[in-house]
Write a protein that binds this ligand. Structure first.
Ligand SMILES: [Zn+2]
Ligand SMILES: [Zn+2]
Ligand SMILES: [Zn+2]
Ligand SMILES: [Zn+2]
Length: 222
């Protein structure tokens, strides 16, 4: 059986273009070239994962950068031409990866959560209670709404008593909405999480301070 030699011709040409863009500092373009290599399904040049990791680092896609860097170190180990650089990049990634881990505004890959457009972050949807038709009360099922129940005494005479379930009111607080007239259901868009994923890289800064300073500014002007 003939040994199949991997044909790196096409991919090394694209990789040279990517490296040229990296030297120019245009990491967006370099990224596009690296993606071409991946999409081509041709054998990937051995040093490519390192350069791609560096590009992703510059684009602040730290999680992705770490993935390619780990792959690079796994495949090439100490033999990689960029072993030293890879170790340096690995060290540089520690801080941003830690920031992603501790940030509550982004997912574990560092992408900012956006507020769910359906429930606006409340996680639940509210609708009129269907059980009481948003009245908050239902007719008592023991006295059928009359407030009275009948009993026959020892002389077989019908006596009327106040219904003990509704204390003679004939009505009960709706058991479904407990009188709130509103039914809550889990938001289906976000599955009750309140936020959705986005492709915006998170800066781990809350929008809150900007908003608060605006409030303080308004307070001062009075
Ligand atoms: Zn939602
Ligand atoms: Zn009753
Ligand atoms: Zn109800
Ligand atoms: Zn974040």
């Amino acid at each position: 059986m003939a040994q199949v030699q991997p044909n790196l011709g096409g991919t090394s040409r694209i990789m040279n273009s990517a490296l040229a863009e990296m030297r120019k500092g245009d990491y967006e373009k370099a990224n596009a070239f690296f993606r071409q290599i991946i999409d081509s399904n041709l054998p990937i040049p051995p040093e490519m994962p390192y350069y791609f990791a560096e590009t992703l680092y510059e684009l602040h896609q730290y999680d992705n950068s770490a993935n390619f860097l780990n792959k690079y170190l796994q495949i090439n180990g100490l033999k990689g031409e960029n072993y030293e650089n890879a170790k340096k990049l690995e060290a540089k990634l520690v801080k941003p990866l830690h920031e992603i881990k501790t940030c509550e505004l982004c997912d574990r890959r560092g992408y900012r959560f956006k507020t769910c457009f359906t429930c606006e972050g409340s996680k639940h949807l509210e609708q009129d209670c269907s059980y009481c038709k948003a009245k908050g009360i239902v007719g008592c099922n023991k006295c059928m709404g009359s407030g009275l129940i009948t009993k026959r005494n020892v002389f077989n005479i019908v006596e009327y008593h106040e219904c003990d379930k509704c204390t003679g009111e004939g009505r009960l607080t709706c058991p479904t909405c407990t009188g709130e007239k509103i039914e809550h259901s889990t938001c289906r868009t976000c599955r009750g999480i309140g936020h959705l994923q986005s492709d915006q890289v998170c800066d781990h800064k809350s929008d809150e301070p900007r908003h608060m300073s605006f409030v303080f500014q308004k307070l001062k002007s009075h």
